[in-house]
Design a protein around this ligand. Structure first.
Ligand code: ZN
Length: 568
């Protein structure tokens, strides 16, 4: 049986992530991991904080901390918030780990041995005022492609182009704001991607089953032509540059570029996990170590696709070592906050910590799954959010669960009722539920995020329709056996809903499963609805849970719109 390796793009270390970050990588990866585990497949979900590079140094300086302490604190924070959101990482590592350091240095050595790395004298942006080089985000200026005036040295946020700091027009130092900028010579290591272009293209050509978004981004970069990329920087915080295991002469004040070491941390984090759990990482990552039966799936936002389809594959292919490479790459567009971006400084949008202060994790998980920015950019609105909570969760799911469990408490002493036999209404229900279960399974398996939520909702709707049609509150007056059949069937629906909803709303699903005395974590059901709806044995005690989902009213929505920004 196939084993499933899942990674979601590493969240950068500085600051709490917003709901868009969650929606476009970590949450869908978690939903997929939970689904695969429920199916009984051996699954490993790996993530980590991406800790190196200029933004970490800048943020630590701003916080008045040394960068090591800063990263340690921020890592713990992101870990705790992720867990509170139910993210079921098997390991949440750190790209600054010793494991990643050793792996990154190893890969650079091998690439150089293979003739794919060379030293070049480079012109870099130097700030006379700050008396230092200004790599990447230490310098900002006007994008040479689209003329956006706040493009960063490494990438333009407006048009998405990858940039070199010297390409910026009207550059200024992010440290001092100074425009006293010179271009000076400095030595750096270059990864000769031009030599690898053919092999990368051949590899992408073999991924015909990838979704359109990652394929089109990969080909865009390949068609534009790859360039040799500097993989070192004039910085103190990062992975030291070595040759033959010793500090590389002339590179004592330089480190590897964060984008060289960050994706390597997928492997590094797995090593951290393996060491902590006393298990073997090679069976997940090395084709000569048993990884042949692994299916590797990556989740990420579209801004990360180039690094995962070109840069990281260049490192891996160039090593000529038998590393496991990605099989399926699931990329997402942006979740925006109304028409614009989330922004900490402008207090626009909800960030992960605040989200949990307002409402339980499942409510956000449901909204972000049902409205995932899958095929195009999507805008969060409070109106849509309130509808998802009130209609889907409260009216359709929550109401069904509470209604039938309350009725059972009143009429059948809170025990699964015995007696009676299923009739035509149940036969029809079995057929409908079987079809819905097949659809749900197919959508989860295909990582169709929105369609998974739609399919789930369609199943929940069947519960309410069944109760309306079978009307146990009428039947109880004349035919107790008939009422018993309906209540028993509906209680089985409750148990089934908990099992299939668990990947998306794990907390509420666990509460529901507990209420009907079901095991946790749940196994994925078959599509044999007649069997799945006859699981709860008569006489089993069940009870109504507390209200599962509280409805949001207009006053609440109005207050939050005021506080977090809404339509302009
Ligand atoms: Zn631009």
């Amino acid at each position: 049986m196939t084993r499933i390796l899942i990674t979601s793009a590493l969240p950068y270390i500085n600051g709490i992530k917003h709901l868009g970050n969650l929606a476009g990588s970590m949450l869908p990866a978690d939903v997929y991991a939970r689904f695969q585990r429920a199916r009984g497949r051996e699954t490993l979900y790996i993530c980590a904080t991406d800790e190196h590079g200029t933004p970490a140094e800048l943020a630590a300086a701003e916080a008045g901390q040394d960068v090591f302490t800063y990263c340690e604190e921020q890592h713990r924070l992101q870990h705790d918030i992720g867990r509170a959101f139910g993210l079921s990482w098997d390991w949440f590592g750190r790209s600054s780990s010793p494991q990643n350091r050793a792996l990154t240095q190893h890969l650079a050595e091998v690439l150089e041995d293979n003739g794919l790395i060379e030293e070049r004298v480079d012109q870099m942006v130097y700030s006379v005022t700050d008396k230092r080089f200004l790599p990447d985000r230490y310098v900002e200026g006007t994008c040479p492609i689209c003329a956006y005036e706040k493009a960063r040295g490494d990438q333009c946020d407006n048009c998405g182009s990858l940039l070199d700091p010297t390409e910026l027009k009207n550059p200024y130092s992010v440290i001092s704001g100074s425009r006293d900028i010179e271009v000076r010579d400095t030595r750096h290591l270059y990864l000769l991607q031009t030599k690898l272009e053919g092999r990368i293209r051949e590899w992408v050509d073999g991924k015909a089953d990838w979704p359109t978004l990652p394929r089109s981004i990969a080909y865009k970069h390949l068609d534009e032509g790859l360039i040799d990329r500097g993989i070192t920087r004039d910085l103190a915080w990062g992975i030291p540059v070595v040759r033959g295991g010793l500090p590389r002469p002339g590179f004592e004040d330089k480190v590897f570029y964060v984008w060289f070491d960050a994706p390597v941390e997928y492997i590094g984090s797995t090593q951290e996990w393996a060491e902590a759990s006393g298990t073997d990482w090679k069976r997940w990552w090395r084709l000569d170590g048993g990884a042949d039966d692994v299916r590797y799936v990556q989740f990420m936002g579209k801004d990360n696709v180039a690094f995962h389809t070109v840069s990281f594959p260049a490192t891996i292919l160039g090593s000529d070592e038998p590393w496991k490479m990605v099989d399926t790459l699931k990329a997402f567009n942006w979740l925006n906050w109304y028409g614009g971006k989330f922004s900490t400084s402008q207090k626009r949008g909800v960030f992960m910590d605040t989200a949990l202060e307002l409402l339980p994790a499942d409510v956000w998980r449901w909204y972000l799954t049902a409205n995932a920015p899958e095929n195009s950019d999507t805008a969060f609105t409070w109106e849509q959010f309130a509808s998802a909570v009130n209609r889907d969760l409260a009216d359709v799911l929550g109401n069904f669960v509470n209604r039938i469990l309350k009725f059972n408490e009143t009429r059948f002493e809170g025990l699964v009722p015995a007696g009676g036999e299923s009739g035509p209404i149940e036969e029809k229900l079995y057929a409908d539920v079987s079809a819905r279960l097949a659809d749900i399974t197919e959508q989860f398996e295909a990582m169709e995020v929105r369609k998974s939520a739609q399919a789930l909702r369609a199943l929940w709707v069947l519960g309410n329709e069944y109760l309306t049609e079978a009307a146990p509150w009428t039947a109880i007056k004349t035919d107790r056996d008939r009422a018993a059949v309906v209540v028993r069937t509906a209680l089985n629906l409750v148990a089934l809903f908990a099992r299939v909803s668990a990947p998306v709303i794990p907390f509420a699903s666990e509460t529901i499963a507990e209420a009907v005395g079901e095991a946790w974590p749940p196994a994925w059901p078959s599509t044999d609805a007649a069997a799945e709806l006859s699981r709860l044995e008569p006489g089993r005690p069940v009870r109504a849970p507390e209200v599962l989902f509280k409805k949001l009213d207009d006053a609440q929505i109005g207050e939050w719109t005021e506080r977090f920004g809404g339509a302009e």
